[in-house]
Design a protein around this ligand. Sequence first.
Ligand code: ZN
Length: 300
Amino acid sequence: MNEMTDAAAGSLSFEQVLFERPAPKVARITLNRPQMKNAQGLQMTYDLNEAFDVAAHDDDISVIILAGAGSDFNAGHDLSGTETKELSDFRTVGTWGQFGAEGREGEYGREKEIYLEMTERWRNIPKPVIAQVQGKVISGGLMLVWLADLVVASDDSKFLDNTPDMGINGAEFFNHPYELGIRKAKEWLFMTEWISAEEAKRAGMVNRVVPPAELEATTLKMAARIAEKPLFTLKAIKESVNNAQDLMGRRENNKFTFALHHLLHSHFQHISGYPIAIDRLSPKIQERIRSSAKTQKAEE
Ligand code: ZN
């Protein structure tokens, strides 16, 4: 699509994503929109999809690192309203369609394509994926962490799903109970609080916590060690563990939760005219939302 090839380095660059080969058999895909805290809009979504496909189809790559440029891994979905392209400008991966339909039909199809099924697609890439995480990770950003098999986080990283503050039951790819355990997932969503890298590690959501200066090297070292194994073996391990998680109901629960997610969007649309509960919130919650929205704004 928009990629340019640097033949000498074997790297590709997309509009909002970088693709490098930092070591033999290792690809590093970097969300590259640091001025927007890597907020994920349509361009980044389809750049990322293309980059994952390149890595998945390249027989010389065994492990994929997913990193974020700048101070924060990901501030979530791009809610800035500055996007100029439409969904129809991209080659969509699902077959649901009807993205422009009226009522909930269009929005349901849209979120199903770009959030639920796209994240599921990336989660199911058979090669090991390691998320290299620093700074803030908010709501939709969690989905980009959770699609990975391993998570290496710098000790300055922290995690928040603030969609319950907007009346919604959680980010669209609902891995919360599988990442944090049942009680912690409930506490985190009901309370809508940040959790630190260490807390996330204790809950099982993060594998290793390292000082920021060691984040890149630690991740690359792990990737290189994993890449020594036969790719077939790695794929079999990933499928075996992912299948165990799916037998715990992850995928079915995700579909169920996505339907409730859209019931809530519809409910708030019906009573307030917006798909999130903007004017139905307590002043305290409104202030919290304003301060987390600032996180996504450009750093001048
Ligand atoms: Zn939504």
